[in-house]
Design a protein around this ligand. Structure first.
Ligand code: ADP
Length: 405
């Protein structure tokens, strides 16, 4: 951690921009480079029925209103309004010092958080083809803020950056080398979440943090990461956010032969394949009912049951595969929406891993935080992730390094 004593008193804004939503958290700078949340919320339904909702750090509702009448031009119109709303809700003695963005792709060059200069912005735009559904949202938001608040420093924090430590034996596909060198390579994602978990383990369970840990980030988008000594060694997601386990609407790993067949047999175009694999597959595709794990778990429909079974087996298979990469297993962590809240899903996944020495304690699993395994098992823990905190901490570090430099 850098010396942050030179920083002014103030606040930071963390933004996570999706295709139809902007999630935000405001933090105040606390002492010694730490931060504390002030409020958080989201602008959802952008382009159809925009709505602002926000809560204070204590959980009180501070906004719940339709912004549909302002929604005349999507993010470019709404973001300056949102920034104005946020600034009026910041304590008057805590001016906004910077904004930190979650950016899905940093490619091969941007492997640590960066202050967004004109050159960095060009690099982010060049990476759009690698993450066509996610990268444009962050780039658009950065440009709008740059336009409306040119003096506000902006930082980019990448979902790929934490995986930069992976060795070539894990990050290289078995395709001709010139394609690997052209960037067809396993980048890994959800890195801000894994970085938070690695940091949490380092602070609270240093012995486990030094060992071999598989982290399962299971949400609407899901992936797993094999940590060795606190750094990323291998992950289930690779080139895009499609690889690995099946997700809410994404297919997970699929025989590439299926893609060739769909192109030949049904003359599917790249756009059609993108829609199919990103939006119509996964839990939704198998069940034909929902991408929400809670709905599937409660249903008696055999297709819903099959979707849950496939998800749990595939997560367990990835965990075992990552344990092979990292040379064994000292513990496992569940995080994100399903990982943190899905008691039954955790139990099903771990039942497939019994042979690896993983056994949940039913009462601890039902309680759902901290240690959920039995005393005879390898430790299995539930740790709520906090990607926003990681972005805020990186932004503070970048500000401090600038004010020193
Ligand atoms: P995102 O990837 O969009 O950030 P989250 O991490 O918020 O997603 O996870 C959202 C998912 O978590 C929901 O789609 C839902 O399936 C799942 N989820 C939330 N609560 C539960 C629960 N109690 N049991 C099982 N799944 C849950």
């Amino acid at each position: 951690m850098l010396d942050t004593s030179s920083l002014k008193r103030g606040s930071l804004l963390v933004l996570n921009c999706g295709s139809s939503s902007v999630k935000f958290t405001a933090f105040r700078l606390a002492k010694a480079g730490e931060v504390a949340p002030l409020f958080s919320g989201q602008l959802s339904g952008i382009g159809t029925d925009a709505r602002l909702s926000a809560r204070s750090a204590d959980g009180d509702v501070i906004a719940n209103a339709s912004w549909a009448d302002r929604d005349t031009g999507g993010v470019p119109v709404l973001l300056p309004d949102l920034l104005a709303w946020i600034e009026t809700h910041l304590p008057s003695d805590l001016p906004l010092l910077a904004a930190g963005h979650r950016v899905v792709h940093g490619g091969r060059n941007l492997h640590r958080p960066a202050i967004i200069t004109d050159d960095v912005l060009v690099e982010l735009e060049n990476l759009i083809p690698l993450a066509p559904l996610h990268q444009p949202q962050s780039v658009a938001a950065i440009k709008v803020l740059k336009e409306s608040r040119p003096d506000l420093p902006q930082a980019a924090c990448f979902d790929t950056a934490f995986h930069h430590t992976q060795p070539l034996v894990c990050s290289t596909y078995a395709i001709p080398r010139h394609l690997s060198e052209a960037g067809v390579h396993r980048y890994g994602f959800h890195g801000l979440s894994y970085e938070y978990i690695a940091r949490y383990l380092g602070e609270t369970l240093p012995e486990l943090a030094k060992g071999r840990v598989v982290v399962a980030h299971l949400g609407n988008g899901s992936s797993l990461c094999g940590l060795k000594g606190g750094v990323s060694f291998d992950s289930s997601m690779g080139f895009s956010v499609l690889e690995g386990v099946p997700m809410g609407t994404r297919c997970g790993s699929l025989d590439p032969g299926v893609i060739i067949y769909l192109m030949r047999k049904f003359e599917m175009t790249a756009d059609e394949l993108e829609r199919l694999l990103y939006h119509q597959s996964g839990l939704l595709g198998i069940s034909g009912v929902s991408n929400d794990m809670r709905v599937l778990e409660e249903s008696d429909d055999p297709h819903c049951k099959l979707a849950v079974e496939i998800f749990c087996l595939r997560v367990a298979k990835e965990a075992a595969s990552l344990a092979c990469s990292i040379g064994g297993l000292d513990g496992m962590v569940f995080t994100a929406g399903i990982g943190e809240n899905g008691t039954g899903i955790r139990a099903r996944i771990c039942a497939h891993l019994d042979w690896l020495g993983i056994r949940l304690d039913p009462a601890r699993n039902a309680a759902g935080t901290g240690l959920v395994s039995s005393d005879a098992s390898l430790p299995v823990r539930v740790v709520p992730t906090n990607e926003e905190l990681m972005i805020a901490l990186h932004t503070v570090d970048l500000l401090a390094s600038q004010s020193i430099g």
